[in-house]
Design a protein around this ligand. Structure first.
Ligand SMILES: [Zn+2]
Length: 252
């Protein structure tokens, strides 16, 4: 078992960059002002707590808790500093990655998993595709992370007001390979429509059912199923609220 790593904060790197200085062609007054700004920056950098976690996490429950806590920091506007230092990058190269969660999310630019779960390098194995659909290609990525990287948690992360789902609901003409995504979303849309839902309710119900469909697709994988039966892997659904910033559990 690997021992937990102590992260050297981004604070040290930033501090080194500040102390090394960026130029010497300024006046004494400018130097003084610059120095005061730098001192303030140093204090802020030193004061900022740095995100750290145990390197290897094998419990799905602990992994889920880390995501919930990270999302809480994100929504409250108190994300922690991240270690992007050479030391950390080098460590990830030498020791390999041990992500604790696989996130299957939409490509939507408003839903970046690392930010909204307040995680750092090496923490999340992310599969992003418009409409967070799971085809054999996405499933292959998930299986790789379960089987080879031993990530204990798989999250299908849908989101409010998804453009891909909305397009599938509206059913207009699609061009190029976009049709493949729309086709994959159709069963969820048809099921939602059968409930009598219309308008925004139909879009959100389709989104929820599409998350369920993705969970079903993932659970059919023999590799994932084996991990689930051994209670080493958990597959859950979450839905991200765009303006509130909350990732709510919708299927455990
Ligand atoms: Zn989307």
């Amino acid at each position: 078992m690997k021992k937990p790593l102590t992260y050297i904060g981004a604070a040290l790197l930033s501090l080194a960059m500040i102390l090394s200085g960026c130029g010497s062609q300024t006046s004494p007054m400018a130097d003084k002002q610059s120095s005061e700004v730098e001192n303030l920056a140093v204090q802020q950098v030193i004061a900022a707590p740095v995100y750290k976690r145990v390197e290897v996490i094998s419990s799905p429950e602990i992994a889920q808790q880390l995501l919930v806590e990270g999302n809480r920091r994100f929504t409250s506007g108190t994300p922690l500093s991240k270690d992007f230092s050479y030391t950390r990058r080098s460590d990830l190269m030498k020791n390999g990655q041990h992500p604790f969660a696989i996130i299957v999310s939409c490509s939507d630019s408003r839903v970046p998993p690392e930010l909204l779960f307040d995680q750092a390098l090496g923490d999340l194995f992310v599969v992003r595709v418009a409409g967070n659909v799971v085809t054999p290609v996405e499933l292959g990525s998930i299986e790789y992370a379960v089987e080879h990287l031993k990530a204990p948690l798989v999250v299908v992360l849908g989101h409010e007001e998804c453009g891909a789902v909305t397009a599938a609901v509206q059913g207009g003409e699609t061009h190029g390979s976009i049709a493949a995504i729309i086709e994959k979303l159709k069963p969820a849309v048809n099921e939602a429509r059968a409930t009598g839902a219309t308008g925004k309710e139909l879009i959100e119900k389709s989104t929820d059912l599409n998350i369920q469909d993705a969970l079903t697709d993932i659970s059919r994988s023999p590799i994932v199923k084996e991990g689930m039966e051994a209670k080493q892997v958990k597959v859950i659904g979450m839905k991200y609220d765009l303006d509130e910033g909350l990732s709510n559990l919708i299927k455990d």
